[in-house]
Every structure is written in structure tokens, then in C-alpha cells.
Design a protein around this ligand. Structure first.
Ligand code: SF4
Length: 347
């Protein structure tokens, strides 16, 4: 690990002390922080004296993370990133290009402890939570990668990690990325995915941060959900749905339910009807996900015919639903798969 100071993530006071040691007045801290939050490299911090920019370059690094490797898809514009943290940990991010611009899926933890049976991110547990600065760095690095081509306008917190298990850092990140003097990304363009940590969902609804909440539901009842999501043993579906209704009431935002269709488990028409009853009357959308196969798991994706029938059954019940478009399926589609193959020396 380098012995240089890492600036993004430093508090205002710490930065003032550092700048004082370089012979600079306190007001420079605010100027440096504003540039850092936008991802501007030292040499382009134009309101700083040239000598200061040079000393910053010699003694500091701006971000606590760097791009380790990129994997562009051959099928579409998707790019998968492996980012390396200063402590050597590796995490994944995915940049997708839609008609409305660039969207980045970021990780919030190194690994995950939630144990969902269809997910590669959880296979080695949770190594540690990421800091707010590490989350922001993923966005800033993706912007640097894009250069003249554009910038990230939408963010999904759906990479490895359960965001609400890293609550304080995630909330701090949301405030940083939304700050007017930073990237100023609208909270309406940010989706946060959770497997359903009910107390934290309730807390989030009171933060004044109206992000889109995306709930990994994947089952229409407790009995099926408990087979694939250990969190369902802690919070029953009824409690989860109460928290979802409270979130919609307090934020006025529509919620999204993620539902991975698994062969022989949750993908029959009666499951679709049960799901329709569960979400009836809610301002919501159901995202049907053709399951990504993970070698270590025995779960199989539902057939394309079952996926279509499931969608049709939901539509007949007037539930807003779509099948998620598969992007970058040639580059380790499932969350956590690419990182895993790198750790195992296969990528
Ligand atoms: S799906 Fe999300 S919450 Fe579940 S194990 Fe994977 S990363 Fe964790």
C-alpha cells in the first residue's frame, strides 16, 4: 500500500491540517474537496496555485480506488469493471448504455453475508463494507473511463453487497453524489436494491432521500422465499410488504420488485397469481429476471416459455411488469461472478 495521503474521504478538518503542512491557508480545503467530489485530477484544479497542484501530485492520491481491469462486452456497449481498493480487495461494477444515458451498477461491500442461493457475491461471505468515498470513486472512475463519450447519469446500488447492511456509508454516499457542488446526480436517478432489511428500510424512508427502492423479492410467499433467501427467516413477507408500503407513502416513489425466475421453484402461473395478489394496490413495477446460472449453485433458470407465461399472467392481473434485458451476458453476467473468477485465477 502506498504511503501517500488519500484525499477523497478525508474530512474537511483533516484536509485543512494536511494543507497547512504544505503551507496553504484553510480555505483551500473547500476548493480541493469540491474538485475531488467531481473527480477532477490535481493538474486540472485550476483555482489552485501550480506549486500546490504539484505538491499534491507528489504527496497524495485523489481516490481510494483504481480501475484494475475492464471487460467490454462484444454483444453490446456494456463494460464490466474490476476496481482495486487500496487494501488489495477487488470489487465489481457494470457500466451500461441506455437510450437515456449511462448507468453504473456499483458495489457497496466486498462480498456479501446475506446468503441468497442464486448469487455469486455471497459465496465467500462479506470481507468488509465499502466507505462512502470508495462508492463515489466507482462513479468517478467510470466517468474518467468514458472521457468525452459522456458521463454516468444513473446509478444502481445492486453490485456485490447488501446496501442497507452498510447503512451509514451508503447514506453518506447518496448525499455526496447528489451534492450540488459535486456530481449533482438526481436521487430520482438512483436505485437502491435490498433483500429486505425491514428496520433499515423504515429508517431510509425518513432520510429525505427519495431514491427508487428495489426489493429482491424472488418468491410470492414465505415458504418459497425461505428456501432461497435466508433473510426471509428474519422478516416475513407481510412485515416486508408493510415496510414497502410505508416507503411508498413517505417518499411518494414507486418501488420495484426484482423476481428471478427459477425452474421448478417460483415460476409457475399460480406463483404469478400469488405475486399479483401480494403487490395489488401498490405503486410498483415487477422486474422479471431470467436467472443467471452460477456454477456453484444447483438452481436452473426457468424456460423462456415459462418466463413469457409468467409475464402474461401478471399482465392479465394488471401488474406492471417487464422482463429485464440481459446486458453484457458474455462477461460474467451474474453479480459477483467476474470477481470470483478473477480471485480463482480464471479471468
Ligand atoms: S443478492 Fe444481494 S443481498 Fe443477496 S447475497 Fe447477493 S449481493 Fe447479497
Amino acid at each position: 500500500m502506498s504511503d501517500k495521503h488519500v484525499l477523497l474521504g478525508m474530512g474537511q478538518e483533516e484536509l485543512k491540517t494536511l494543507l497547512k503542512s504544505l503551507g496553504q491557508p484553510a480555505f483551500r480545503a473547500g476548493q480541493v474537496l469540491a474538485w475531488l467530489n467531481k473527480g477532477v485530477p490535481f493538474e486540472e484544479m485550476t483555482n489552485l496555485p501550480k506549486s500546490l497542484r504539484e505538491s499534491l501530485r507528489e504527496t497524495c492520491v485523489d481516490l481510494p480506488m483504481s480501475i484494475h481491469q475492464t471487460f467490454p462486452s462484444r454483444k453490446d456497449d456494456t463494460v464490466k469493471f474490476l476496481f482495486s481498493c487500496l487494501d488489495g480487495n477487488i470489487i465489481e461494477g457494470v457500466l451500461m448504455h441506455y437510450h437515456y444515458g449511462y448507468s453504473l451498477c456499483i458495489s457497496t461491500q466486498v462480498g456479501c453475508k446475506m446468503g441468497c442461493a442464486f448469487c455469486a457475491s455471497t459465496l465467500s461471505g462479506c470481507v468488509r463494507s465499502l466507505t462512502a468515498a470508495e462508492m463515489l470513486s466507482q462513479v468517478l472512475l467510470a466517468n474518467r473511463f468514458l472521457g468525452e463519450k459522456g458521463h454516468v447519469g444513473h446509478i444502481v446500488l445492486m453490485g456485490s453487497g447488501e446496501p442497507l447492511d452498510n447503512y451509514d456509508n451508503v447514506v453518506a454516499f447518496l448525499r455526496m453524489v447528489n451534492a450540488e457542488d459535486g456530481l449533482n446526480i438526481s436521487l430520482r436517478n438512483i436505485s437502491l436494491s435490498t433483500c429486505g432489511l425491514v428496520p433499515q428500510m423504515e429508517r431510509l424512508s425518513c432520510e429525505g432521500l427519495p431514491v427508487t427502492l428495489s426489493i429482491s423479492l424472488h418468491a410470492p410467499n414465505d415458504q418459497i422465499r425461505r428456501q432461497i433467501m435466508p433473510i426471509a427467516n428474519t422478516y416475513a413477507i407481510d412485515e416486508l410488504m408493510d415496510a414497502v408500503r410505508a416507503y411508498v407513502r413517505k417518499t411518494g416513489r414507486r418501488v420495484v420488485f426484482e423476481y428471478a425466475l427459477i425452474d421448478q421453484l417460483n415460476s409457475r402461473p399460480e406463483h404469478a397469481r400469488e405475486l399479483a395478489r401480494l403487490v395489488s394496490g401498490l405503486q410498483c413495477h415487477v422486474n422479471l429476471i431470467p436467472l443467471n446460472h452460477v456454477d456453484e449453485h444447483s438452481l436452473r433458470p426457468a424456460s423462456p416459455e415459462s418466463v413469457q407465461l409468467f409475464l402474461k399472467t401478471l399482465e392479465e392481473k394488471h401488474v406492471s411488469a417487464t422482463i429485464r434485458r440481459e446486458m453484457g451476458s458474455d462477461i460474467g453476467g451474474a453479480c459477483g461472478q467476474l470477481r470470483r473468477s478473477v480471485l480463482e485465477g480464471k479471468a
